[in-house]
Design a binder for this molecule. Structure first.
Ligand SMILES: Cc1ncc(COP(=O)(O)O)c(C=O)c1O
Length: 348
């Protein structure tokens, strides 16, 4: 499908201080947008970023048919924009769409839309090491209708937001005993807006206790570890890595999938299985819990220092050498270094 392009006559680029970008608040000049009407996606276009007129009865506002993706474009050493595994995000968006009763978006058009937008916005990728253009593809129901059924019209949009170097400090997690993120048969595997809405209050409570993010436990027993607020989780116990199984309640993280490949490439054993929080507490007590880290697009790999669980404080480690080495390898691949897995897609 041909993508129509309308350029802005009023670029904000010159006003951006790349050394001081407020996270998530600065948006590039353009957006990619496509309409779903009469049973098909139509009119894909890149146009100046603008407000979108929304009917007060737009179904996404009432019934929550809204899904999204998160990914980044980085610059190679030759300053060419690259995308990291974009077809993985396209496939995950469609898995989310299916769960939420929304139409699939053509995967080639998803990637072509990203490329069309990033090729126009490449000067927005901050010229500072460790920076990227964060990309947010999303889809929502815009049909004005009061009634419980799948909508018949949707918008698919991609916006971009420059992100400065993300120096992650070690994080402290709060293992949540009361609230849950996802139950078997629910929407945990979908990147659905409602999952995040339900996580906001528990996250505020965790922060008020001095923790950075929630560590979600399973819905039935509150015993098994699922994932972190916006990250999947890995533990190194006695030399080997373990990460919770994708059991239907856990987001299929693209960083998670890539970290498993990098760890195995480096010769480590990685096992996907059920992991109880009690097991992690015991490993810490026995001195076999060597590392823990979270993985996600926004932060890359974040060192987990400590986990609070009721009255227990589970200390993890002050260093995370393997996690850091994996992060370095991923960053090298993303900035045009050797790419043994063939993950990077050039934009131009
Ligand atoms: C709930 C949740 N888990 C895990 C992740 C990590 O996924 P990815 O590595 O694809 O960014 C994210 C971020 O997208 C998330 O929101």
């Amino acid at each position: 499908m041909k993508i129509e392009v309308t350029k802005t006559t009023n670029s904000k680029l010159a006003s951006i201080d790349f050394d001081n970008i407020p996270l998530g608040r600065t948006f590039t000049d353009h957006m990619f947008i496509c309409d779903y009407e009469d049973g098909k996606w139509q009119n894909p276009r890149v146009e100046p970023l603008a407000m979108i007129p929304t009917h007060p009865a737009a179904m996404a506002l009432h019934y929550g048919q809204a899904i999204f993706e998160g990914m980044k474009s980085t610059l190679s050493r030759k300053r060419e924009p690259l995308l990291f595994r974009p077809y993985e995000n396209a496939a995950r968006l469609n898995a989310s769409a299916e769960r939420m009763g929304m139409p699939a978006f053509p995967e080639d058009l998803f990637v072509d839309g990203l490329k069309a937008l990033v090729s126009m916005e490449q000067d927005w990728i901050p010229p500072v090491d460790g920076s990227a253009l964060y990309l947010r593809p999303f889809m929502y129901a815009d049909e004005p209708f009061i009634g419980m059924r799948a909508a018949t019209s949707y918008k698919f949009i991609i916006i971009g937001s420059p992100a400065g170097p993300f120096f992650t400090k070690p994080v402290k997690l709060w293992a949540e005993k009361h609230y849950i993120r996802a139950a078997s048969g629910g929407t945990g595997e979908a990147k659905a807006a409602g999952n995040y809405a339900a996580a906001i209050r528990p996250t505020e409570i965790a922060k008020s206790k001095g923790y950075d993010q929630v560590l979600w436990l399973d819905a039935q027993e509150h015993a098994y570890i699922q994932e972190v607020g916006t990250m999947n989780i890995f533990f190194k116990v006695d030399g080997n890595f373990i990460t919770p199984t994708l059991d239907g309640s856990v987001l299929h993280g693209i960083t998670r999938k890539s970290v498993i490949d990098v760890l195995r490439h480096k010769g480590y054993t990685v096992t996907e299985r059920k992991i109880s929080i009690q097991e992690i507490k015991e490993a810490a007590a026995q001195g076999t819990l060597e590392e823990a880290f979270g993985t996600g697009t926004a932060v890359g790999i974040a060192h987990i220092q400590e986990i609070g669980w009721g009255d227990d404080v589970i200390p993890v480690s002050t260093e995370f050498p393997v996690g850091k080495a994996v992060n370095d390898m991923l960053n090298d691949i993303k900035t045009g270094g050797e790419d043994p897995f063939n993950w990077m897609a050039p934009v131009l």
